[in-house]
Design a protein around this ligand. Structure first.
Ligand SMILES: N[C@@H](CCC(=O)N[C@@H](CS)C(=O)NCC(=O)O)C(=O)O
Length: 203
């Protein structure tokens, strides 16, 4: 399997999941700063994922899977004994999908306007206010539980950890959410997370 990634981007969640799963995999960095989006071996990333964004996972059979939420579940299902996702078809699996959808559409994409230097200040404030509401709710949900699904670390935690990690760069003051800061510290201390961050050159 090969993960196409950009350091610290949402693809890091898939990278953490692959490491947690203990699967054999390779990674290939994509240069997102140039319009051609060339990979480290000189391939055109647009030919791998015409949508032009990471993550993209090339499976063992050579098929390409895109969209983080799908990739994370694919990885979890390759190593069921690691319990990175509840078994498919169970209600708990839908709860995991509920989390993945929330993180993707409310938190990840809620942060997206803050990355764009062309976002007008007035809209930036609106985006920050919306994000604030989501973070308030998230903090409440994490009260008394170490991970999103309860006692067990899942791929949803790999995703939430990754996107919360962008807050400093985006000027979102996380001291308002001590519960979330504790969560980031807890997840960030996992050996798989440290190994992934080192591999991506972030620590
Ligand atoms: N819907 C996609 C969005 C992925 C995404 O936003 N990727 C960002 C990095 S976090 C990216 O590659 N952006 C570069 C671009 O769109 O040009 C998913 O959930 O996987």
């Amino acid at each position: 399997m090969k993960l196409y990634y950009s350091p610290g981007a949402c693809s890091m969640a898939s990278h953490i999941a692959l490491t947690e799963a203990g699967l054999k995999f390779q990674t290939e960095k994509v240069n997102m700063k140039i319009p051609e989006k060339t990979t480290a071996t000189g391939q055109s990333f647009l030919r791998i994922n015409p949508k032009g964004y990471v993550p993209a996972l090339e499976t063992q059979t050579g098929e390409v899977l895109t969209e983080g939420a799908a990739i994370l579940q694919y990885i979890a299902d390759r190593a069921p004994e690691k319990e990175l996702a509840p078994r498919a078809g169970t209600f708990e699996r839908y709860k995991l999908q509920e989390w993945l959808t929330f993180i993707s559409s409310e938190v990840h994409k809620g942060m997206s306007p803050l990355f764009n230097p062309k976002t007008p200040d007035a809209y930036r404030e609106i985006a920050k206010a919306n994000l604030s509401k989501r973070l308030d709710w998230l903090q409440e949900q994490l009260q008394g539980r170490p991970f999103l699904m309860g006692q067990t670390f899942t791929v949803a935690d790999a995703y939430l950890f990754t996107v919360l990690g962008w807050s400093k760069m985006l000027g979102v003051d996380m001291t308002k959410w001590p519960g979330l800061m504790g969560y980031v510290e807890r997840v960030g201390a996992r050996p798989s997370v440290r190994e992934t961050m080192k591999a991506e050159g972030l620590i």
